[in-house]
Design a protein around this ligand. Sequence first.
Ligand SMILES: C[S@@+](CC[C@H](N)C(=O)[O-])C[C@H]1O[C@@H](n2cnc3c(N)ncnc32)[C@H](O)[C@@H]1O
Length: 217
Amino acid sequence: MIRFNAPGITARYLYTMKTLAKSWQLDSWFSTDERLHSLYPASVQQLAGKHWTPLNIARMAVQFLVPGEGARVLDIGSGVGKFCLSGAYFKPHASFHGIEQRKELAGYAEMARNTLGLFNVSFSHGNFTQLNLRHYDHIYFFNSFYENLVGTDKIDDTIQYSPALFNYYNRYLYKQLDQMPAGTRVVTFHSLSEEMPPCYEMVQIEVEDSLKFYIKI
Ligand SMILES: C[S@@+](CC[C@H](N)C(=O)[O-])C[C@H]1O[C@@H](n2cnc3c(N)ncnc32)[C@H](O)[C@@H]1O
């Protein structure tokens, strides 16, 4: 008969087994994009191809954005949290925060975080212009403002779009990035670099020029 309440080795054994089961479950969620998308409703899954960062891209980005333990990474326009959640999984000793203007998407991100049981990631609902970027060390940016341009794919029709807003956000981000300390790292995905001040050196470029890695000089 197994005595589950036996002291010493049995308790340690049970703890180890529980931890292993948890980490196996986590590995399974991050095994493929499709598996990770199954955390979300069908309407969110359908948007993945165009709007959420693929796992292989997130892995490459966080490899660069987390040069050492304890790095704080911000995702500007975090959608349903796919980049931040992937980062938190790949880099358990770093922390990730996502800011998202659409309340519903920020809610899905938090629900997914809860299901995955990740504690080094958080989300907030709001506009990135409300944040002080200096509270973070490094930044990820998946061309979040492009929806404002005419003829681009939209996530939904819950917000107002305008090219003027595109220019305003890009200029705002440019100024904020300009004020970050030397050594700040930025990864952009599918961006035309309008938001990048010249004081950032592009040190690497991947995936047919769509993934760019910068360090502030
Ligand atoms: C291309 S999606 C990327 C989502 C996520 N970063 C990822 O990689 O999976 C861009 C997101 O940025 C959000 N966004 C756009 N402008 C924003 C702003 N000014 N403040 C906060 N979020 C914004 C959009 O609502 C959208 O969810």
